[in-house]
Write a new protein. Structure first.
Length: 200
């Protein structure tokens, strides 16, 4: 058992194996006709939640843990954050954002409300607001935060003044996304629990 937990890949694989085993047990006890469009929608929603957890979890790690802790870290230890931890976190952050958007679009299209929600149609105001916020946040990740972080972390070589300015832009972009994550998550959950009734 210890070998499973010493490798992230093995840990994730073990989680998938447990899930598959549970699904096989559940399907043997129920109606096989559940493997339908509804099942596909459920799986896509699950993938959407997994991706969103990765994205917002890392966003909150940056804002609630890494940035506030940086002034407390001795200068000789700070390169480990900038050269090792932050680039790895930013990889999962970017692709978590992309996967969240892609799975969300597939989910909304599969349930037939993509266009209605994006145009704030009847019955989809909450999810429409949440979707637009998520799209703005994802664009911010890819087109503002990531280009600025590449400069701030030295992945792209720039002058010291540009590096400092890029770090400030990345921080402000990250704080902007943290701010939007609060109402965005509320709107996503509100839609699943009655939609517009929970807006007021």
């Amino acid at each position: 058992m210890t070998a499973i937990f010493q490798s992230l890949g093995k840990t994730v694989l073990a989680g998938v194996v447990i899930l598959v085993a549970l699904l096989l047990i559940a399907s043997s006890m129920g109606d096989a006709s559940n493997m339908s469009h509804a099942w596909g929608i459920f799986v896509m929603r699950w993938l959407h939640v997994l991706a969103g957890t990765m994205w917002i979890g890392i966003l909150w790690y940056f804002n609630f843990v890494q940035m506030p802790s940086m002034p407390k870290i001795p200068d000789e230890q700070k390169p480990a954050i900038g050269k090792v931890i932050a680039p790895a976190a930013l990889f999962w952050f970017r692709y978590g954002a992309l996967a969240t958007v892609v799975t969300g679009v597939i989910l909304a299209q599969g349930q037939g409300y993509l266009t209605t929600a994006l145009s704030f149609g009847t019955g989809y105001l909450a999810i429409g607001i949440g979707m637009w916020m998520a799209l703005v946040m994802a664009a911010n990740v890819w087109f503002i935060i990531w280009p600025a972080q590449k400069k701030a972390l030295g992945i792209v070589t720039v002058e010291a003044a540009q590096k400092a300015a890029a770090a400030k832009i990345a921080m402000m972009g990250s704080r902007f996304n943290t701010m939007l994550s609060i109402p965005m998550l509320y709107m996503m959950v509100a839609q699943q629990n009655g939609g517009g009734a929970l807006l007021w």
